[in-house]
Design a protein around this ligand. Structure first.
Ligand code: SF4
Length: 140
C-alpha cells in the first residue's frame, strides 16, 4: 500500500511492496529518510530539489514525489532504457508497455539510476547479497 508524506514544498510517497532494498534513499539523505524514525520520511528536512534528485534514484519506483512548489514534476526517461547488469537483473528506466496475450496493455513505470549501478551496504542491506526482508522492514 502506498503511503504519502507531505511537506511544504514536496510530497513523497512510498510503497513497501515495490521496494527492492537498495537503500539509495537511506544512504544519500539520512536526514530525510530514516528507517526507524516515525514518520520515516520527513520531506521538510531538505530542499525539494535535493529530495527530488534522491527519489529519482530509487530504482524500483517505491519512492515517488509530487512537487507542491511549482517545481518540475517527476518524469521517466523517454524512450525507456534497459541496462543489463553483470550477473544481475535488468535495470529498466522509463515507461514500459507490456501487451498481454489477450491484447490488453499494461503500462509499467520502472525507474533506475542512469549510471553504473553498485549495490552498497545500507540499513536495509547489511550484507551485499542479502537485503532486509519485507517482513523485517519496519517501514509501512
Ligand atoms: S528501492 Fe531503495 S531507494 Fe527505493 S525506497 Fe527502497 S530502499 Fe529506498
Amino acid at each position: 500500500m502506498r503511503r504519502t508524506y507531505r511537506g511544504d514544498a514536496i510530497e513523497v510517497s512510498f510503497d513497501l511492496d515495490l521496494c527492492t532494498h537498495i537503500g539509495e534513499c537511506l544512504r544519500r539523505q539520512p536526514e530525510v529518510f530514516e528507517l526507524r524514525r516515525r514518520p520515516w520520511i520527513v520531506p521538510d528536512a531538505a530542499s525539494a530539489d535535493e529530495i527530488a534528485a534522491v527519489v529519482e534514484r530509487c530504482p524500483s519506483g517505491a519512492l515517488q514525489y509530487r512537487r507542491l512548489d511549482g517545481g518540475a514534476e517527476e518524469l521517466g526517461p523517454e524512450p525507456a532504457v534497459v541496462t543489463p547488469m553483470r550477473n544481475g537483473p535488468l535495470l529498466v528506466r522509463g515507461r514500459v508497455e507490456v501487451r498481454r496475450e489477450d491484447g490488453t496493455l499494461e503500462v509499467l513505470g520502472f525507474r533506475a539510476p542512469g549510471d553504473v549501478f553498485h549495490i552498497e551496504l545500507s540499513p536495509v542491506r547489511l550484507q551485499r547479497a542479502f537485503p532486509m526482508s519485507k517482513a523485517d522492514d519496519p517501514r509501512e
